[in-house]
Design a protein. Structure first.
Length: 422
DNA sequence: TCTGGGGTCCTAGGACCC
DNA sequence: TCTGGGGTCCTAGGACCC
């Protein structure tokens, strides 16, 4: 019997918040918000040591920290955004990507926890290992999401994949205390949508013939790949649901949205997606960026900017070296106080992971930007990566080095205050 | 009270090569 | 005098995702 292609999408439920609740079970049911960035002064254990010096407070005691000790949104200052909010917090209208200051107005009593990526990475690895033990063909989609190819896994065909999904879901919860939602469908596109249909701790099984009844009523925005811009453009054409989109002709979509995106929209609306589950991939670029506590002036804050720039270069270099990559396209990113972003990059004739190299070329890139406003963000990026021990990394490409003789075009606008400072 | 950080992929124009 | 076509690489910006 021919195997039916069965692809699963697994999505951890409220991942960051759930991990925090494992550490701080006393916060269960309370409005909790995670985000805001730097907040080391609120280290809970040191506060407990100050409050109860007679007890030796360690990470084993986190669950004993009284709720009153946790910091609240009220009183927060800074420009961070919220990464996750518990359902209790969402009831106040607080949501992810919202500025923390805005959230503080909506729900001042909500507890604010700083993000703890080490913890999230630990649990991420844990659940991915569990899945890989059961079904080996897994595609990483970030810290809390994966695709799994069920097609050839023993039992992966039973009930359209329901039995295997149950097993995976149950095993993850047994071993980590975390819950997840799984959708199983003929392809990644539909699996991703299916996993959203029955949250939290749910399983949804979708067959090709369910597209009309279960997918077409959904908003176009539910398609992974249709964002706010595409949605607005669709709505301008009175296309709201995926069914509306599916009713359009392929040719019309290609005319209106471009050949490639239009054709993709058509396929997506009809539930067509042939992308394989990709188990291995190489990074294309690595970057570090930071938003300043307050906007910085290119001249007045020259020293501070220079230090931040150097640190970012060192961080990227360390990231590259730790992971064993080198790159030859070095770039910078700036965001001005009006939120406008610019990037500049330059490709050099050799691969590098050296902080001084990166800083030197990054500095040249910065000089090409017309600094007419205060800055809110500075970033450094290294692209065109290859493995540090690969053949290309060792051999400069003579054929291409001729291109490097071309000078990058100068800024088109008149100079105000040039960043000769870096 | 505006809007984090780390990524990928696509487009489009120009340079350059054959 | 006018003016090819295909292909690759580089660069800048933007959409989108987690």
């Amino acid at each position: 019997m021919a195997l039916l292609r069965r692809i699963a999408h697994l999505d951890m439920d409220a991942f960051y918040a759930s991990v925090e609740l494992l550490r701080y079970p006393q916060l269960k049911g309370l409005p909790v918000v995670i985000g805001g960035g730097r907040r080391r002064e609120d280290d809970l254990l040191s506060r407990m040591r100050a409050l109860e010096p007679q007890r030796e407070w360690t990470t084993a005691d986190l669950a004993d920290i009284p709720i009153e000790v946790f910091p609240r949104l009220k009183g927060y200052t800074g420009r961070g955004v919220i990464t996750t909010a518990t359902y209790a917090a969402r009831a106040f209208g607080v949501g992810s990507a919202m500025g923390v200051m805005k959230a503080a107005k909506l729900c001042p009593e909500a507890i604010l926890l700083p993000v703890d990526f080490d913890q999230y990475r630990f649990y991420s690895r844990a659940f991915k290992d569990i899945v890989a033990d059961i079904a080996p063909v897994v595609e990483d989609r970030g810290v809390d999401e994966i695709y799994i190819d069920f097609t050839e896994v023993p039992g992966g065909q039973r009930d359209g994949g329901k039995a295997l999904a149950r097993l995976i879901q149950k095993t993850i919860t047994e071993h980590t205390g975390l819950t997840c939602s799984i959708g199983v469908a003929p392809n990644k596109l539909l699996a991703k949508m299916a996993s959203e249909l029955n949250k939290p701790n749910g399983i949804s099984i979708l067959y090709a013939q369910d597209v009309e009844s279960k997918i077409w009523p959904l908003s176009c925005r539910k398609i992974n790949g249709i964002g706010p811009k595409a949605e607005a453009k669709l709505q301008a054409q009175d296309i709201h649901t995926i069914g509306d989109l599916a009713a359009k002709e392929r040719g019309w979509l290609m005319q209106y949205f471009g050949k490639s995106y239009g054709a993709w929209l058509f396929d997506a609306a009809h539930g067509v997606d042939e992308r394989p589950v990709v188990t291995e991939s190489e990074p294309v670029s690595m970057s570090r960026e930071t938003t300043f506590d307050k906007d910085l002036h290119v001249v007045n804050d020259r020293a501070a900017l220079g230090e931040i720039f150097t640190r970012l270069c060192q961080q990227v270099a360390a990231d590259l070296q730790r992971k064993g990559y080198v790159g030859k396209t070095i770039g910078i990113k700036l965001r001005f106080d009006n939120f406008q972003s610019v990037t500049r990059d330059q490709t050099i004739d050799h691969y590098t992971a050296d902080a001084a190299d990166i800083r030197k070329i990054g500095g040249l890139c910065l000089k090409r930007v017309d600094m007419k406003r205060r800055l809110r963000l500075l970033g450094v990026r290294v692209g065109a990566l290859v493995k540090a021990d690969s053949q290309e990394a060792l051999t400069p490409d003579a054929a291409k080095s001729v291109l490097l003789l071309r000078e990058p075009s100068p800024p088109t606008e008149p100079h105000h205050e040039q960043a000769d400072l870096f």
